[in-house]
Design a binder for this molecule. Sequence first.
Ligand code: GNR
Ligand code: NI
Length: 171
Amino acid sequence: MTIKPLIILPDPLLRQVSVPIETVNAELLKLADDMLETMYDAPGIGLAAIQIGVPKRMLVIDVSREDEEKNPQVFINPEIVKSSDDLSLYEEGCLSIPDYYAEVERPATIAVKYVGRDGKEHMVEADGLLATCLQHEMDHLNGVLFIDHISRLKREMVIKKFTKLAKGKAV
Ligand code: GNR
Ligand code: NI
């Protein structure tokens, strides 16, 4: 397994729409393992393949608490098939936007259809942190970032700050 460098805002790769995965083979599972290792190292609770520069529709998640056993989960070609009308508010962060946090409102409960690392189709109903994290990661597959769900003023300030940082300027 390998820890890969993270793609950081304003890298245009983060705006790319990732492509569906045709086959679950050894190469793809190696990518999943690299994603998990990169996520645990960061540390984070989720990671989309595009965050290490690979525009494929795969994400990994582990929302287990520190006092629990690790629970690495791999979602290939995930699709939301049902969302609740009731929303939940959560303070989100993103490994591609380091040290910036903001509250985002999303459906509280979702049903997600996906292909697992076994190559078979699965369905999961998620709520709480898993629902929030799944929606955050699935946004990445469509080139959407959590800052797209906050006010335009805040978003533009964040993008400006990270653009300056990328140019090596102090902020
Ligand atoms: O590590 C992460 N924490 C987090 C917290 C609240 C809502 C979403 C997340 S996902 C984030 C890792 C990440 O950037 N995934 O794309
Ligand atoms: Ni993210």
